[in-house]
Design a protein around this ligand. Sequence first.
Ligand SMILES: NC(=O)c1ccc[n+]([C@@H]2O[C@H](COP(=O)([O-])OP(=O)(O)OC[C@H]3O[C@@H](n4cnc5c(N)ncnc54)[C@H](OP(=O)(O)O)[C@@H]3O)[C@@H](O)[C@H]2O)c1
Length: 288
Amino acid sequence: MKIVVVGSGGRLGGALARELGSEHDVTGLRRKELDLTDPATIRNMLGRLDFDLLLTPAALTKVDYCEDHVDEAMAVNAIAPGVMAEIAKSKGARMIHFGTDYVFDGKDPEPRKESDSINPLGVYGLSKAEGERAVLAVSEDFIVARVAWVFGPDRPSFLDSIIARAMEFEQVNAIADKYSSPTFSNDLAEIVSLLIKRPWAGGLLNMCNSGSCSWQEYAQVGIDVAAACGLPLRTQRVDAISLEEMGFQAARPKYTSMSVDRLTEICGRRPRPWQEAVTDYVKRFVST
Ligand SMILES: NC(=O)c1ccc[n+]([C@@H]2O[C@H](COP(=O)([O-])OP(=O)(O)OC[C@H]3O[C@@H](n4cnc5c(N)ncnc54)[C@H](OP(=O)(O)O)[C@@H]3O)[C@@H](O)[C@H]2O)c1
């Protein structure tokens, strides 16, 4: 299968290009090869390529930056996905676009389902919500895969930074009152690889490791594994801090863990629990 990955320089895009590249003919496009702020450039560049499947993990992902750069956020996260979807449709190709748990307002502690209503709190979530709507307006047969708390070897994330901080400082903390579902980029790439071999089912699809945790619990598991692997940590305890105390510029949703029931049904297997994925990642990529 001929696959194009738009955003192959990112954390998720890097994993997708690598994993799928072992089995398929993959072309990865980084920002310097395709800038998503200009629809004409997208039409010109993507329109020239031949592909059966388009994967679009590229996005403006800096949540606070988006608050002050609304036009850029809307261009990259809201308008570009719709333009890419039109191109994919014109070629008779399939598309998997990547969305976010930040489309929810985070008021309901139950795991979010695909059928739940959305209500983004900030510019990032709003722009991503517009993007997923634009893709599905072009074709309901395309997939919008909502992911959350992505970690992996292609770009450092919260998990790497908490371990680095525990190696440098005697005290570290993480937010204890914000919950979601961590997602190992390599697991996600494997899921996509499996998904494209199964009977195709379009629409919204939650795509993360199974289970739910607070940022503090997530960090503590990472630190526990790093300690067990013998990393020279100055502390092995992650203290609690509240979302409010962090004083982020953009409002963040509190409860956005996601149900993987639909994904499990489509793939025929449940993604492994986030704790196993974190353990695997820290052992293989952080502690070596
Ligand atoms: N990371 C998370 O925890 C998380 C959580 C929920 C949802 N998501 C979603 O998952 C997807 C992948 O996220 P990620 O963690 O892989 O993010 P990432 O590492 O920030 O990757 C995003 C990629 O998009 C590229 N990009 C940004 N602006 C662009 C532009 N104008 N033109 C072309 N490319 C541009 C970035 O290029 P540069 O490297 O040059 O900036 C980067 O390579 C995104 O759709 C994101 O919204 C992520």
